[in-house]
Write a protein that binds this ligand. Structure first.
Ligand code: ZN
Length: 259
């Protein structure tokens, strides 16, 4: 009987489910153990789940106790888009530029700033209708190209775009696909990216506070009309921005409130 009790006591106290493209966030007091790509902000363990992750069961340890994490497959919708052929099959002259921009972005996301600039919950870059959610499978001119790597907000030309948390501007320039782009390093491997901008209000190297206007929205790059695109990267993995913000803020408030 005693043995059975001990067995039951060792049973996972926590089981959670998460979908591909989402972020699993769990508080810990003293220690954690995981073999998955992760980061921490204060006492929050943050695990980004890639968009192409297969259904699986993963085990981690929080303060010595096992946690079972069930990764489920989310069925994201499909979307057909028609854009200028030059933006689907870029001309030879643009390919060098695209490759250089891809390399540059990859290097940025691979960089890990040990310090966290995050001291408060995340906000949104602007408040308006979501015109295209994260994860939609994209078919450009009849050909499956990619998935939507962020959240699109309705924004007429020149709408102020605000930093979603404190951080350091690491990129502010025109790019082929993303158009006018700003990337903010929030520390601990967490980045927010703002695309299709028409004007920059910050330069690389500048420290920004949550809510600071960093740019004006526009319709630059591969777009069908003016809007703001927001991407969030965690340790180089693209996650659903709205899910990340919701999950982070929920855990952050619980974590920072007195016990
Ligand atoms: Zn978008």
């Amino acid at each position: 009987m005693r043995k059975l009790f001990l067995l039951l006591a060792a049973w996972p106290l926590l089981a959670a489910t998460i979908s591909n493209g989402q972020t699993f966030i769990i508080p810990f007091h003293k220690s954690y153990k995981t073999f998955m790509t992760h980061t921490t902000v204060g006492h929050l363990l943050i695990i980004p789940i890639p968009y192409d992750a297969k259904p699986a069961t993963r085990w981690l340890r929080i303060d010595g106790k096992p946690v079972r994490l069930e990764i489920k497959r989310k069925r994201y919708p499909k979307e057909r888009l028609h854009v200028a052929p030059s933006k689907v099959h870029p001309p030879k002259s643009a390919q060098k530029r695209i490759a250089a921009e891809y390399k540059e972005a990859k290097k940025i996301y691979a960089h890990f700033t040990p310090k966290s600039f995050i001291t408060k919950p995340f906000t949104l870059p602007l408040y308006s209708e979501i015109t295209d959610p994260f994860g939609v499978a994209r078919i450009f001119n009849g050909k499956l190209a990619s998935y939507h790597s962020g959240t699109d907000f309705r924004a007429k030309m020149g709408t102020p775009v605000r930093a979603i948390n404190d951080g350091k501007v690491v990129l502010a320039k025109m790019r082929y696909y993303a158009g006018g782009s700003v990337i903010i390093d929030h520390g601990r491997g967490i980045y927010s990216c703002y695309y299709h901008l028409s004007r920059f209000k910050v330069k690389p190297g500048k420290m920004v506070k949550r809510g600071d206007v960093i740019a004006l929205s526009g319709k630059s790059g591969r777009v069908t009309g003016p809007h703001l695109h927001l991407t969030i990267k965690v340790r180089g993995i693209t996650v659903d921005p709205l899910h990340f913000i919701e999950a982070f803020n929920r855990s952050f408030r619980t974590e920072s409130s007195p016990r």
